[in-house]
Design a protein around this ligand. Structure first.
Ligand code: FES
Length: 179
């Protein structure tokens, strides 16, 4: 590839920042984390392949929905180096995350529904509060937010998973009648 051809397919950090809306410092961070790559010119300046724009967009959107950088990195490592991934390759990548994203969506809906009533309330009513856990009974089933967490494969039910109890059993726990 001639120098002029390469120049037209590459972006300086400033150009990439301007086009992607991401600060140069963030681009450097992504590079340190192995999410994007650049080459160095003879003058030791960074140059990014033009397709890095799509990488950065993917990273930003993924971060926005709460996917950890380690998972984003692992996903990007499945994409081909040195060329722009095709539609099918992006689709395959999305498919890998479908279940995880479905779970996150269920978690957010659950959080929205459970907290809507509780914000500004504070009653912890045994009858209607989604957060009530008298005498910390649910602590017997393990650490973490037992009432709010959505677990894989059981997200249509509201009970803890590891202990094998569902919503009906959980209600009994609340009422002090543990099985
Ligand atoms: S604190 Fe009142 S409904 Fe949850």
């Amino acid at each position: 590839m001639t120098t002029s051809a390469r120049i037209s397919t590459e972006l300086t950090p400033g150009q990439l920042a301007g086009r992607s809306g991401v600060a140069v410092s963030a681009l450097h961070f992504y590079e340190r984390e192995g999410l994007i790559r650049s080459r160095r010119t003879e003058g030791n300046q960074r140059r990014y392949p033009r397709e890095t724009l799509r990488w950065v967009a993917f990273i930003r959107v993924s971060q926005r929905v709460g996917i950890p950088l380690s998972e984003i990195r692992a996903a990007l490592e499945t994409l081909p180096e040195g060329r722009t991934p095709g539609r099918q390759e992006w689709a395959n990548l999305s498919e890998r995350w479908r279940r995880d994203l479905d779970l996150r969506i269920a978690q957010l809906i659950r959080l929205r529904d459970d907290l809507t009533n509780c914000i500004g309330c504070g009653c912890l009513s045994l009858d209607r509060c989604a957060l009530a856990n008298p005498r910390d009974k649910l602590g017997e089933f393990g650490p973490g937010p037992r009432l709010l967490a959505v677990e894989p494969d059981r997200r249509d039910r509201r009970g803890p998973v590891e202990d094998g109890r569902d919503v009906g059993e959980r209600a009994e726990v609340r009422n002090g009648r543990s099985r």
